[in-house]
Write a protein that binds this ligand. Structure first.
Ligand SMILES: Nc1ncnc2c1ncn2[C@@H]1O[C@H](COP(=O)(O)OP(=O)(O)O)[C@@H](O)[C@H]1O
Ligand SMILES: [Mg+2]
Length: 258
């Protein structure tokens, strides 16, 4: 039985999209049948990584209930040099669509949640995906939370920025605990280990590990070469021996155990 993994965060720019693309790549290279969905309707990103050429529809229509998810997926396995099976669903990146999504009300969001459940069933039960990775919008609005609610595991990505840590803790307490979600935490862009590192930041990591224990499944340092790469490049594919790739493989293995 496959599983749906949602990547979420309190603030933007923590690395959700980047990690979801690279985790999807890792799983696909392992021989799993992988589906990667862009449900960040406020800041769609996957169209920059994968060329949505020949795409029939966006996931927006699936949430509207006008189309089924299987019709909106694009086989992007060629991006992995056909070393794995990766299907991608895109969010509409037109200005009108982004504007329209933020005007949706609570009633629509609740309907959208039902459709996300339906989508989940179709992908896991009918299409037999091993892994469905969902990239979400940051924050606690319904549109972001919906995918988290429908997930088997929610991965919260946080940096060590104070505002991020504070928001993440609040979100975990007020939201994730309420939904009794299986939660994993990834600290990204961490600076530590070097003698010049801010000792206070190391303390923050220590506190987080004490507080959330095994839920903290990875601490990824900030790698300049990661930030410098073009979006269209799949880091883990091109750099199989890089520490970032090795660390992400460990995270992927831990997520497999949930
Ligand atoms: N560990 C890292 N080290 C350096 N840069 C990173 C790292 N993780 C992500 N980035 C960079 O951070 C930026 C924001 O990442 P992104 O995935 O778009 O964030 P989000 O989807 O959470 O808004 C991207 O330019 C990405 O390349
Ligand atoms: Mg993103």
């Amino acid at each position: 039985m496959g599983k749906l993994i949602a990547l979420h965060s309190y603030k933007g720019g923590t690395g959700k999209s980047y990690l979801s693309v690279n985790l999807a790549t890792i799983y696909a290279l392992q021989g799993k049948k992988v589906c990667l969905l862009d449900l960040d309707f406020r800041a769609p990103t996957l169209q920059v990584v994968f060329e949505p050429k020949g795409l029939k529809c966006f996931l927006n229509s699936v949430l509207e209930g006008t189309i089924s998810v299987r019709d909106c997926l694009l086989d992007c396995s060629d991006k992995l040099e056909n070393k794995g099976k990766l299907y991608v669903g895109f969010a509409d990146f037109s200005t009108e669509a982004i504007r329209e999504m933020v005007t949706k009300g609570k009633k629509w969001e609740i309907e959208a949640l039902q459709r996300i459940y339906k989508m989940r069933k179709e992908l896991l039960d009918d299409m037999k995906f091993d892994i469905v990775l969902v990239d979400t919008s940051p924050g606690i609005q319904y549109l972001s939370i919906n995918a988290v609610v429908a997930s088997d595991v929610a991965v919260v990505v946080s940096t060590l920025d104070d505002a991020d840590i504070m928001g993440t803790s609040k979100m975990l307490k007020e939201l994730y605990e309420t939904f009794e979600k299986e939660t994993a935490i990834v600290i990204n862009k961490a600076i530590g280990g070097a003698e010049w590192a801010d000792p206070d930041k190391n303390k923050v990591v220590e506190d987080l590990q004490n507080k959330y224990k095994e839920a903290v499944i990875g601490i990824l340092p900030c790698f300049c070469e990661v930030g410098r790469l073009k979006r269209g490049d799949l880091f883990v594919l091109q750099n199989p021996k890089h520490p970032f790739t090795e660390m992400l493989r460990v995270i992927a293995a831990k997520l497999d155990l949930f």
